[in-house]
Design a protein around this ligand. Structure first.
Ligand code: ACO
Length: 701
């Protein structure tokens, strides 16, 4: 059954508060108070079996006693009464249930929560929560929360998984002068999640910037699809806690959600164009800036400073936050030669020198504002004896009012200057004492600029275009499944690689010494011998591997030694044969993989391969499907990339082949739902071609 239009969650025509109370300290009282305080234009219906009056409103004993239709019911009664109340809401044909009550999946009552959702869905209702503090929407002045009553309306929407933090953020938006278009607490996300809310917020005219506090993602594939489109329209900022193992555990017990690996989350958010902030403060700075600043028309940024050191710090910050500094010296000279003394610098950072007075700032900044080649400005300053702080305040105000391009200010000095900064910030000017904070805001703006204007093609990927025989792969997997195994033996994994046209070292399985010798001669020396047995997974541990065998004699000795070692160390193992493999030539060792992630579905991975993977952790991830161009970026962003370009006279390695192979693994995992993991480590990369040396394929249970 199709649910109600999400619009009615943000713009209900009336709201019932079940559990409304006359007692001022009760949550049910505060919700009614907040709705009235914010002058919600629709009707508010307090519900309590005791009846009477609350804050001047008549109290109904049951939702069924209300004559009008009800779009939204806020439920703030103990857990044990919730289901019965939900049944009454269904009878009343309520559209949205905002369940404040705690005590569901977050403490292990998963079945109760599921029943609630199933029942609601069957009866055409949707649930926000449970375990939430409510919802605020400026469009209809609705503060159906038990947070603070006076909220500054504006154009930032916040979705939060943590209730207490959300309430605190709501308070902080007021002190930081950030106006809200919406504040939604999602709690356990039993039904409505970020994806549902984004659909509305992206189209909502009141909302310019969206911020999300996330602890775990439940339906990641859906979220990724929505985010990719949403970030083309509006900047989206995310704070995700649970970076550390300990933090992830705490998040899991907080809202009962599965916290995915943090690196995967970070990389996938980047892939979607979502900006990840390190802290609430940083997220708020970005929200405020992005909500109030115009979009730039291009990427040329100029720094104007009276202090060389501050200019250098800002240049460093620009590199860190992806802000491009304008370097056309001739144009810079034309713009700034009037306002920069001969001993200053008209190169970027433009140094108007320590003797600069407020008038010099005014002149240089207005020159930058007027010039079309400059698209954004970073204005810096150190307090000097010649800088009249009072006058500076006036000029900054004028410059900010006149500037139709992005601008940030950062000034450092004594108490008087700090007062100016505080005053200007209160008035909404993007001024900071810390250069990094200032540049990070501009960086966020350019991050969004890049996402907005990047070309976004998501073509359907066809396995046949990558020479992948999916039918063959599925039949290999089905044979393994029949044996109730959840891993592939090396010959099966190689058969799968063949079906995907991925090269691996030439290999034969020998069942006698004669066959092993013949295979080695066919492959060419040196070769490697490995035991093949489904009972032996860690072959080296039982003496089942012999490397670098250069002659017939060495092959014979190795064959006998492997059989002896395995019989001795694993007497009950069924030995299928001995694998004779080409000894792989040296190349760059990489790791590639594809996996079905519990949160995000199919993901692909690339990084530095070999035995140091776990230590170096030089890996990048992306959600799949994705265009080849993005796979290339994924390779480029690792520290391994310069090695592939060739170091000290080495030739460039076959990067296109890596990209192709990553695409293939992604396609296989996407199309074959029984495969949970494919990992090739090392994937040795040469100037031309690759070799999948060690292949590990796991199946879902
Ligand atoms: N219909 C209507 N009213 C009812 C019903 C019913 N079926 N059953 C009880 N009520 C009334 C009660 O009589 C009471 O009114 P009264 O004050 O006039 O007696 C009112 O509803 C509230 O019920 P109480 O039993 O007093 O429950 P209380 O208000 O103490 O707690 C609550 C209810 C707040 C929902 C609680 O169970 C709970 O879950 N608290 C946690 C909420 C929370 O923290 N949510 C996450 C927010 S985010 C964060 O972390 C900050």
């Amino acid at each position: 059954m199709k649910g109600p239009d999400i619009k009615y969650l943000f713009e209900p025509r009336n709201v019932a508060v079940i559990g409304a109370s006359v007692k001022k300290n009760k949550i049910g009282h505060k919700i009614v108070r907040n709705l009235l305080f914010n002058k919600f234009p629709g009707k508010v219906f307090p519900i309590n079996p005791k009846g009477g009056k609350i804050l001047g409103l008549d109290v109904e004993k049951s939702i069924l006693d209300i004559k009008d239709p009800v779009d939204m019911a806020c439920i703030a009664i103990p857990e044990k009464f919730v289901f019965d109340t939900v049944k009454q809401c269904a009878q009343k044909k309520v559209k949205f249930l905002v369940i404040i009550t705690s005590g569901f999946s977050e403490i292990g009552n998963i079945k109760e929560e599921k029943q609630l959702v199933q029942y609601a869905k069957k009866n055409g209702m949707r649930i926000l929560g449970p375990n939430i503090f409510g919802i605020y929407s400026s469009k209809v002045s609705m503060n159906a929360t038990f947070g603070q009553k006076d909220i500054l309306s504006g154009n930032v929407a916040i979705i939060t998984q943590s209730g207490a933090l959300g309430i605190a953020m709501m308070g902080k938006t007021k002190t930081e002068n950030i106006g809200l278009s919406a504040m939604v607490s999602v709690g356990n996300k039993s039904d409505i999640d970020e994806s549902d809310l984004l659909k509305y917020l992206v189209e909502n005219k009141e909302t310019k910037v969206i911020m999300m506090y996330v602890e775990g993602v439940k339906h990641g594939e859906r979220l990724v699809g929505i985010l990719k489109k949403a970030t083309k329209k509006k900047p989206i900022i995310v704070i995700k806690s649970g970076r550390s193992k300990r933090g992830a555990m705490a998040a899991a017990s907080h809202t009962g959600s599965l916290a995915g690996a943090d690196e995967i989350f970070s990389d996938i958010m980047k892939q979607c164009g979502v900006m990840r902030a390190e802290s609430v403060e940083e997220a708020f700075d970005w929200c405020k800036y992005l909500a109030n600043s115009p979009m730039p028309k291009g990427k040329n940024t100029v720094i104007v400073t009276n202090g060389g050191g501050m200019g250098v710090m800002a240049a460093d910050a620009c590199e860190k936050f992806g802000v491009s500094l304008y370097d056309d010296t001739e144009t810079l000279k034309k713009i700034f030669s009037d306002s920069v003394p001969s001993f200053g610098s008209v190169k970027n950072p433009v140094d108007i020198t320590g003797q600069a007075r407020v008038g010099d700032y005014e002149k240089s900044l207005f020159s930058a504002i007027k010039n079309k080649n400059i698209h954004s400005i970073i204005c810096l300053g150190c307090e000097t004896a010649v800088l009249d702080v009072k006058n500076l305040k006036k000029v900054i105000k004028e410059v900010y009012a006149e500037c139709k391009k992005p601008i940030v200010f950062s000034f450092l000095g004594g108490t008087k200057l700090e007062h100016v900064i505080t005053h200007l910030r209160e008035k909404g000017t993007p001024i900071y004492s810390n250069v990094y904070e200032a540049v990070s805001c501009l960086g966020a703006m350019y991050n969004h600029f890049d996402t907005k204007y990047s070309i976004f093609h998501e073509k359907k990927i066809n396995p046949a275009d990558y020479s992948i025989d999916m039918k063959k792969i599925k039949s290999i997997i089905s044979d393994v499944k029949k044996e109730h195994r959840n891993f592939l033996l090396s010959d099966e994994a190689q058969e799968l690689m063949s079906a995907a046209d991925i090269t691996f070292p030439k290999t034969y399985i020998a069942s006698s010494i004669e066959e092993a010798v013949a295979s080695a001669e066919e492959i060419g020396f040196p070769v490697v011998l490995k035991v093949v047995s489904k009972d032996i997974i860690h072959k080296s541990d039982v003496g089942g591997v012999k490397l670098n065998l250069s002659s017939v004699e060495e092959v014979i000795d190795a064959y006998q030694a492997i059989i002896h070692n395995c019989r001795h160390n694993k007497p009950n193992a069924n030995i299928k044969g001995i694998e004779v493999t080409e000894m792989v030539k040296k190349g760059t060792e990489t790791i590639i993989g594809a996996r079905r992630d519990a949160s995000f579905g199919p993901i692909v991975m690339f990084g530095l391969g070999g035995i140091y993977v776990e230590v170096m952790k030089d890996v990048s991830f992306r959600g799949f499907p994705l265009p080849k161009k993005e796979v290339k970026n994924m390779v480029k962003e690792t520290k391994t990339y310069p090695l592939l370009l060739g170091v000290r006279g080495e030739k460039k390695k076959d990067i296109n082949k890596i990209v192709d192979t990553i695409m293939k693994l992604g396609i296989i995992i996407k199309n074959c739902r029984y495969i949970s993991d494919i990992e090739i480590n090392p994937l040795v990369v040469y100037e031309k071609g690759i070799k999948a040396v060690d292949i590990r394929i796991l199946l879902t249970n």
